[in-house]
Each structure stands twice: as structure tokens, then as C-alpha cells.
Design a binder for this molecule. Structure first.
Ligand SMILES: [Zn+2]
Length: 325
């Protein structure tokens, strides 16, 4: 049985992005796949009065189950209202890899989807993206395309080398496909090991020159940054302190993301930071209380930390706090 996202109380990204560009901030896109992550994202977004994009990868959808997800998204809308603010909430497919998956997600209540044809030739990327856009727009669902390839690993998406977006291609791509937003590659990377740097060395800066060129070619058009976790050192240290082994995990500095959020970048994706905070706090709790076996205790402990982290991101990195309703 097919359902429209509008029945679930969700919104597409069109209005969200228009406001974000005007306001000089980015809408956070947080990946989730379980109850506690979802609760934390909604609570943090309500408490900071921020719009939010709930992001699901193909793998997360398989993990959580598509039917359960539909009701989780509806529950998220109701939960926000119950907490006191009906903030705009989008349910977005991250890295859709086929036309069929995109159609399936639209039929099960997604309000926005990404079709990632970035590994294809420019011509084939246009053909696939346009096909998805033609279907999605019939249902008022927004579509994100991608040009350029990010290095790193994220669920099924992996690439050893990055391939920066070529600004001379963006105008043609957007014109031919009618996508609503465009993910570009300017040096961010998927996963928790974003840059090969030695301890103490600083990470290479993002390629703001490419971003500026893209903005010139597409004035006022919504740009998306993937692989934009900061891999917060406090969580990496906690993980390592309590039995983990994550050496040289490093991410994108928050000041650089803040700078990007003030430009045409109006969606910033964060997945790894949520995973790291969650794992760090579960490890800490279980290491300190070896007798505890009630999942509500250690998952609840991790959830509280997630709320804190997402609030800080909305306030200090995205700049989206205060722009909800
Ligand atoms: Zn991504």
C-alpha cells in the first residue's frame, strides 16, 4: 500500500533550502537507523528550533524495515509536536542507487530522495537522474543529484579516491535533470578516517575555490555536502579509553563546515559523528557498570549525549538553530 509523505506530516526540502540560502545557514541531515537516534535528533531539533532532515541509507532501510520506518517518521512528526514545536521534518533517502529504490521509497512515504549517479559517466548520470526527477516531481518529492566522487566508505558506498566536482559541468547537469539540489565533492570524505594525517598534523582544507566556482555557475542553487562529520576527538578518545581501537580517526574541522554553511551549502550530512558518540557512551557505561544489563540504561545514556551533540551542531556548525518555525 502506497502512502504520500504529506499524510505522514513530512515536508520536502524546497522551502527549507530556499530559507536556508537566504538565512546563511545549512539544514542538518542526520542519519539514523534506530529509535534512540531518532528520539535524540527530534529532541535536539525541537530544543534548538531547527528544521531537520532525517536521513536513511539503503542499508539503514534494510536494517530498520521499510514499514517500521514509515511509522517512525510519522512518530517523529508527532513527537516534535508533543515536545512543543512542529518543526519542518523531511525523510530523505541517502545515496539511492537505482530508479526502483527511489520509486519504492517515494511510495513508502519519503519526501526527498538522492539519486547517486556520480560513479556513472556524465551523460549516464544525467539520464538516470532525470528519470528519477520526472517520477519524483509528479509526487512533489524533491531530488538531490551528485557530481564528483567522495573518498571513503559509507554503507554500500565506497571509493578509494576522491574526484572533485568539475564546476564547468554543474550548470548543464542541473539544466538537463531539473534536480532540486546538488551534492558536490570539495574534499570532504565518507567515514571516520577522512584524511591520512599523522597525529598533530592539520587536515587539508576544503576546496572553497571549487565551491565558489560552483556558486558562480548556479547562483542561489542549493548545494549539499556529504561526509561532513567532524569525528569529534572527545568521542574517539572515549572509545579508545574503554576498549576500542580507532587509531587516526579524523574528520572535517567544524569551523570549515560553519564557513561552508554560510554559502550556498544548505544541507550538511552527518552520520559518523552520531555513530561515534553513541558507541563511545555505550562503551563508557558498560565499562563503568559491569553488572548492568538493562538496555534502557546504556542506550538512554548514549541518547542523552546525542541530544547534546546534535544541539551543539545546530547551534555552532549548521547555524540552523532558531529557524524551525
Ligand atoms: Zn554520502
Amino acid at each position: 500500500m502506497s502512502v504520500s509523505y504529506k499524510e505522514l506530516g513530512l515536508v520536502n526540502t524546497r522551502n527549507m533550502f530556499a530559507k536556508a540560502i537566504k538565512g546563511g545557514y545549512a539544514v542538518p541531515a542526520y542519519n539514523f537507523n534506530n529509535l534512540e537516534q531518532l528520539q535524540a535528533i527530534i529532541q535536539a531539533s525541537v530544543e534548538t528550533n531547527s528544521p531537520v532532515i532525517l536521513q536513511i541509507s539503503k542499508g539503514a532501510r534494510q536494517y530498520a524495515n521499510a514499514t517500521i520506518l514509515r511509522y517512525m517518521a510519522m512518530g517523529a512528526v508527532g513527537y516534535a509536536k508533543e515536545l512543543g514545536k512542529a518543526i519542518p521534518i523531511t525523510l530523505h533517502l541517502d545515496h539511492g542507487d537505482s530508479y526502483e529504490l527511489c520509486v519504492n521509497c517515494i511510495e513508502s512515504g519519503f519526501s526527498s530522495i538522492m539519486i547517486d549517479g556520480s560513479h556513472l559517466s556524465f551523460a549516464d548520470n544525467i539520464i538516470l537522474t532525470k528519470k528519477v526527477v520526472d517520477y519524483a516531481h509528479k509526487y512533489d518529492v524533491s531530488v538531490e543529484g551528485e557530481l564528483g566522487v567522495l573518498a571513503g566508505i559509507e554503507d554500500e558506498v565506497s571509493s578509494e579516491h576522491s574526484h572533485y566536482t568539475d564546476p564547468s559541468e554543474v550548470q548543464e547537469f542541473v539544466k538537463q535533470t531539473s534536480v532540486d539540489s546538488l551534492a558536490i565533492s570539495i574534499g570532504t570524505s565518507h567515514g571516520a578516517y577522512k584524511f591520512k594525517v599523522k597525529p598533530g598534523e592539520s587536515v587539508p582544507p576544503l576546496r572553497f575555490d571549487i565551491l565558489t566556482e560552483v556558486e558562480k555557475c548556479l547562483p542561489g542553487f542549493p548545494i549539499v555536502l556529504h561526509g561532513a562529520s567532524s569525528v569529534l576527538p572527545e568521542y574517539v578518545s572515549l572509545i579508545n579509553k574503554y576498549g576500542g581501537a580507532m587509531e587516526n580517526a579524523v574528520g572535517v574541522p567544524e569551523e570549515q563546515l560553519r564557513k561552508a554553511a554560510k554559502s550556498a551549502v544548505c544541507k550538511i550530512n552527518v552520520d559518523s559523528d552520531g555513530r561515534l558518540a553513541f558507541t563511545a557512551k555505550v562503551r563508557e557505561y558498560l565499562a563503568k557498570d559491569a553488572e548492568e544489563f538493562d538496555p534502557r540504561k546504556y542506550l538512554g545514556f548514549a541518547r542523552s549525549e546525542l541530544v547534546k551533540m546534535y544541539k551543539a551542531k545546530n547551534e555552532n556548525v549548521m547555524g540552523s538553530a532558531g529557524h524551525g518555525v
